[in-house]
Write a protein that binds this ligand. Structure first.
Ligand code: ASP
Length: 343
């Protein structure tokens, strides 16, 4: 007889566990008991469940890098006791958390499935119940005692995505997420169909939990008419180590001299600049157009097909490892855990 899987639910907050404040009508995070009350199915599920909750569950807009480290630590502490982990989280910043966890949990060999919902679990048309129950099923799934998924993933509306490839694409639809540059890891219908080709290979090594992130990073979204003096100002923020430039198309930007000078001066001060496209899908190819040649020449690093979420958290992670700017510039271009494909 096969043993039942043991899954740990980590409740951080988000719409899934919220209720309308009777006075203002605004949605407020409730505690774990509220969630359990509305999902009696948890009692009947064929998985041994444990749960831990943030002391104060939060809207994910309040999520900070320290919270990602708390989650990674919880997983590290319970790693040997559980077969899989479900992180209940608001959808707004779920892609950032999933990306950060993928770097912090080096050598992960078990499923860590983030999920949440667009409608609170207590409402009649909630998407939260299906998301939660299927996420638990995925976190518990194994073949001959070995987990099927061994990476950080996001489960939302019948689809399982690689966590560090996801972006939130819709504020209202139940299909809130996509991973434009990577196939689905699984689809849930009558059966759960896994795409093994799309998943990271199983790892048997020990888990190493990293506990340091450096928050001295930023993002500058380019737009026609962007002011060079404003860019210069942003790049001169004291302590800044790296900035993600979200560029047009395949990595292009203005060739305006003052704008390029602002970037060049930042490079001279040792700031790492990473080029990520603002398109939803596709990749950066610096030098394909004249409008990205200057970037390549001054040492702006190509982010290939990284999402902004995966790029910013990768920089926080790499600078957290006390690497020099040159080392970060090199490492950011190398895939760590399936977050980018280098052509
Ligand atoms: N504002 C909510 C959050 O991110 C939205 C959600 O959960 O879907 O916490």
């Amino acid at each position: 007889m096969s043993e039942r899987s043991r899954v740990l639910i980590i409740y951080t907050g988000g719409t899934i566990g919220m209720m309308a404040d009777p006075r203002s009508g605004a949605l407020l995070p409730m505690d774990m008991a509220h969630l359990e009350l509305h999902v009696p199915e948890l009692e009947r599920i064929d998985v041994d469940l444990d749960a831990v909750s943030f002391e104060r569950p939060i809207d994910s807009s309040d999520m900070r890098p320290a919270d990602w480290i708390t989650m990674a630590r919880i997983i590290g502490e319970r790693y040997d006791r559980h077969d899989g982990f479900v992180v209940l989280h608001g959808s707004d910043t779920m892609a950032y958390t999933a990306s950060a966890l993928s770097y912090l949990l080096e050598g992960l060999g078990k499923p860590v499935v983030l999920t949440g919902s667009q409608l609170p679990i207590g409402t009649i048309r909630t998407d939260g119940k299906e998301n939660l129950l299927t996420a638990i099923e995925i976190a518990a799934a194994n073949e001959g005692g070995r987990p099927i998924v061994s990476e950080v993933a996001v489960y939302f509306e019948y689809a399982l995505f690689r966590g560090n490839r996801t972006v939130k694409v819709h504020a209202e639809r139940f299909e809130a997420f996509r991973s434009p540059n990577w196939p689905l890891l699984a689809e849930a219908g009558v059966h759960l169909r896994y795409d093994r080709q799309a998943m990271l290979p199983r790892r048997n090594g020990p888990l190493h939990v990293h506990e340091r992130l450096n928050e001295n990073v930023g993002v500058i979204p380019l737009f026609p008419g962007i002011r060079a003096d404003w860019v210069c100002h942003a790049l001169s923020t004291p302590g800044m180590r790296a900035v993600v430039l979200t560029t047009f198309g395949s990595g292009n930007g203005p060739t305006d001299t003052a704008f390029l000078k602002a970037l060049h001066e930042a490079r001279e001060r040792g700031i790492v600049l990473v080029n990520v496209t603002q398109c939803v899908g596709g990749r950066v190819e610096q030098g394909r157009y004249v409008t990205s040649q200057a970037f390549a020449e001054m040492g702006v690093v190509s982010g290939h097909d990284l999402t902004v979420e995966a790029a910013i958290t990768k920089l926080m992670f790499l600078f957290g490892q006390e690497l020099s700017a040159e080392e970060v510039a090199r490492h950011v271009q190398v895939p760590l855990c399936g977050e980018m494909s280098v052509s």
